[in-house]
Structures are given as structure tokens and as C-alpha cells.
Design a binder for this molecule. Structure first.
Ligand code: THU
Length: 183
């Protein structure tokens, strides 16, 4: 991802941005570790297994895209869930949010430490890792802020599994509670 910030003098004048007098460029880097299933640490392999099992129980008659998620909590519990679709499409919810909201509702004192996601479509798990939608990233970010702890994100694909250190890294330049307080 590339982010550029431009500054211009006399910006109040129409067309002033044609004359860029100084420029700074910020690069935002997200570190993604790529694992084979067998290389995963045990606890993460367990999370991936639970996400895969949950995907098989998804309610996805409209998209045929069955997503499962599993959250590991710092109290040792694991919670899994899946996408729940609806004939009124926007009324449905993604696997990640179903799962994270369930975890937060039932274990409000336990910090989520890892989230695994897997998706099954056309009779097989996807070859490439499935990545969470923007709204789910926003919810994961809120959860990190709420518990003050990074959540490892494990994205399952048959070929390889991606691990990202935090939801924050999946959603750069994000809007969070700090944004409400800043001016
Ligand atoms: N979906 C998820 O559950 N998680 C994602 O990260 C992406 C999409 C669901 C929503 C919908 O039920 C189906 O997959 C197709 O978009």
C-alpha cells in the first residue's frame, strides 16, 4: 500500500495544487507471515481447524460462500462462528463479526488474542487466504482498542496461511476512538 501526502502553498487559489512546493511521502508496510498448515504453532493450528469446521455450518444460501471464524481468548476459551445470510441481503452478517460479537458478549473480561478465518465455496476451501471485509476490520480494530491487546489474524488458504500481527495492520489510517478525541 502506498500513501502520499502533498502540501501546496496558496492552496486557497483554484489550481494551486498544480504547483507543489513541498512533498512528503509516507509508506505504510504490513508484515504478512506466510505459513504452511503444518508449520503453524499448535494453538493457531487449532484456531484454523475450528474456523474450518465453523465454515461448514455457515448459513450462506445466497452467496454459496461459507466463511468460518474462530477466536482464541486469553482465558483459554475458543469461540467459533460463521456467516449468517438473509433474503434481505444487508441483514446478514459476516463470520468474523458473528464470532467476535459472540466472544465479547459471553466473555467480556477476556481479551481476544487470535482470530482465524477460513472460507469454503464451490465444494472446497479457497486456495488463497480469505481476507476480512472492511466492516469486519473496523470491528476487529475496535476490539483491539477495547482490550488493549493485538489480535493475531490467521487467514486460511489451502496453499498457504497468512498471519498478520494485528487488526491495526489490516486497516491503516483507520478511524478509532482516538480520532473522536483528536482535533
Ligand atoms: N463474508 C464473511 O463472512 N466474511 C468475510 O470476510 C467476507 C465475506 C460473507 C458475507 C456473505 O455472507 C458472503 O461471505 C459473501 O460475501
Amino acid at each position: 500500500m502506498r500513501v502520499s501526502i502533498y502540501a501546496a502553498a496558496g492552496a486557497e487559489k483554484a489550481g494551486a495544487y498544480d504547483k507543489i512546493v513541498s512533498m512528503r511521502e509516507l509508506k505504510i508496510v504490513t508484515e504478512v507471515k506466510v505459513y504452511k498448515y503444518a508449520e503453524l504453532p499448535d494453538e493457531y493450528r487449532k484456531a484454523v481447524d475450528e474456523a474450518k469446521a465453523a465454515a461448514m455450518k455457515a448459513y450462506a444460501p445466497y452467496s454459496g460462500f461459507h466463511v468460518g471464524a474462530a477466536v482464541l481468548l486469553d482465558n483459554g476459551e475458543a469461540v467459533s462462528g460463521n456467516n449468517q445470510e438473509n433474503a434481505a441481503y444487508p441483514s446478514g452478517l459476516c463470520a468474523e463479526r458473528v464470532t467476535m460479537f459472540y466472544a465479547n458478549a459471553h466473555y467480556p473480561e477476556a481479551a481476544p488474542v487470535a482470530l482465524a478465518i477460513a472460507s469454503h465455496t464451490g465444494g472446497a476451501f479457497t486456495d488463497e487466504p480469505v481476507t476480512p471485509c472492511g466492516a469486519c476490520r473496523q470491528v476487529l480494530l475496535e476490539t483491539e482498542g477495547r482490550y488493549g491487546r493485538d489480535i493475531r489474524i490467521l487467514l486460511y488458504g489451502e496453499k498457504h496461511i497468512y498471519m498478520i500481527n494485528s487488526a491495526r495492520e489490516l486497516l491503516p489510517l483507520s478511524f478509532a476512538k482516538e480520532s473522536l478525541l483528536s482535533r
